[in-house]
Design a protein around this ligand. Structure first.
Ligand SMILES: Cc1cc2nc3c(=O)[nH]c(=O)nc-3n(C[C@H](O)[C@H](O)[C@H](O)COP(=O)(O)O)c2cc1C
Length: 370
């Protein structure tokens, strides 16, 4: 099943493998994409990855969260991105640009000393108090995401993915822990999702209703169950309701993830040493899949072929999304297809965060048996 083609967002994918968005640390300081990104995506395309989602690309200069992060805030980035998408399209893979604003997890700098967020809820992890956005700033943000998507289309991307996960701006709006507004941008699930549904509507108006808009969303903030913060955070039923609003607005596929920085190592778990530890958000994706009719992608600790097949067959997910396994092995799909392997060599050690460019720094392990 996993190697069978599937149509998602009107895109014909050669199989059900998705490279989940992965910050590559390969852009220039101002966010301009480099040919190194093209090299990496081309390698994934040669490796027959059905859909490649780029690293998170910031829609406004103040929305950056990490060094060497790619940007999409200016028209001058269209040309270098176009060179990259053309390289990918020599193969059968599709490529989707992930768009983000850092929100309360944005990097502070002289130019941007205070991060913006739906509400002034202090980030215990970064010890920063963000500033509540004004109505006018929210409208400008919607415009920035829309312009970013239009640029992505011009640059040859097959679609965009709005990053509504991991504690960045759009997930700040969706979670009641970080959004305590009492206007039309806060309160009910519908209000908290409004910034995203507005962005989707504006993109469809300006990039065309057939230009795919995907979402990666948090189904949990990731706080320890029973803790005070967990009580304040998003519940699975709220996440499922949010997904319904996104579907209604025109989102064509949802990737399910979880965790914000403040909650600790939730998104990118280590020590995935057995099949039962794989796919750690699978109950969330199952609940969201039940709530919507659009395809659902699951990410988080998926490592072995039997688990992948199980997730697809048992209705946990329609596609299998992975980040670290593809850092470790861009040719993973080919290796799994050749049947000499049943799982990735990725050790989930997280040494892949490398300022000189994302890479597997656990190479010495790569000759171990499967
Ligand atoms: C180096 C690195 C960079 C990441 N950058 C992003 C990103 O830009 N956007 C995003 O949504 N998730 C990002 N993630 C999270 C992954 O997409 C994924 O959700 C997480 O790693 C769990 O999946 P995995 O076990 O397959 O790695 C990143 C993960 C890693 C390891």
């Amino acid at each position: 099943m996993i190697f069978d083609p599937i149509t998602v967002c009107n895109l014909e994918l050669q199989n059900r493998f998705v490279r989940s968005a992965t910050h590559e640390f390969m852009a220039e300081k101002d966010g301009k994409p480099t040919s190194r990104l093209g090299d990496l995506y081309e390698e994934l395309a040669k490796g027959e990855v059905g859909m490649i989602i780029t690293g998170y690309s910031y829609a406004l200069p103040g929305g950056q969260s990490d060094i060497y992060q790619q940007g999409i805030y200016d028209d001058r980035f269209i040309e270098p991105y176009l060179e990259i998408t053309e390289r990918v399209h020599r193969y059968k893979s599709k490529i989707v640009l992930q768009i983000v604003h850092g929100g309360r997890q944005a990097t502070t700098s002289e130019a941007y000393p205070v991060p913006v967020a739906p509400s002034a809820v202090k980030d215990g992890h970064a010890a920063v108090m963000p500033r509540e956005m004004t109505e006018q700033e929210i409208m400008k943000m919607i415009e920035a995401f829309t312009k970013a998507a239009v640029r992505a289309k011009k640059a040859g991307f097959d679609g965009v993915q709005l990053h509504c996960a991991h504690g960045f701006l759009l997930s700040n709006f969706i979670s009641p822990y970080t959004n305590v507004r009492t206007d039309r941008w806060g309160g009910s699930v519908e209000n908290r999702a409004r910034i995203v549904t507005e962005i989707v509507g504006c993109i469809q108006e300006q990039a065309g209703a057939d230009f795919p808009v995907l979402v990666k969303m948090n189904a949990t903030d990731g706080f320890r169950p029973g803790s005070q913060k967990a009580e304040l955070g998003i519940t699975i039923s709220q996440a499922a309701e949010t997904a319904k609003f996104l579907e209604k607005a025109g989102v064509c596929a949802i990737e399910v993830s979880g965790g914000i920085s403040e909650a600790g190592a939730v998104t990118i778990r280590t020590a995935i040493t057995s099949p039962v530890k794989e796919a750690y958000f699978k109950e969330y994706s199952k609940a969201i899949k039940k709530a919507v009719n659009i395809p659902v992608m699951l990410v988080g600790g998926i490592r072995s072929l039997p688990v992948m097949e199980y997730l697809l067959e048992e209705g946990f997910s329609d596609l299998i999304s992975m980040s670290r396994a593809f850092i470790c092995e861009p040719d993973l799909v080919l290796r799994l297809k050749s049947e000499d392997a049943k799982k990735t060599r990725c050790q989930s050690c997280n040494l892949c965060f490398d300022l000189e460019g994302v890479r597997c720094n656990f190479e010495f392990n790569r000759n171990s048996s499967d």
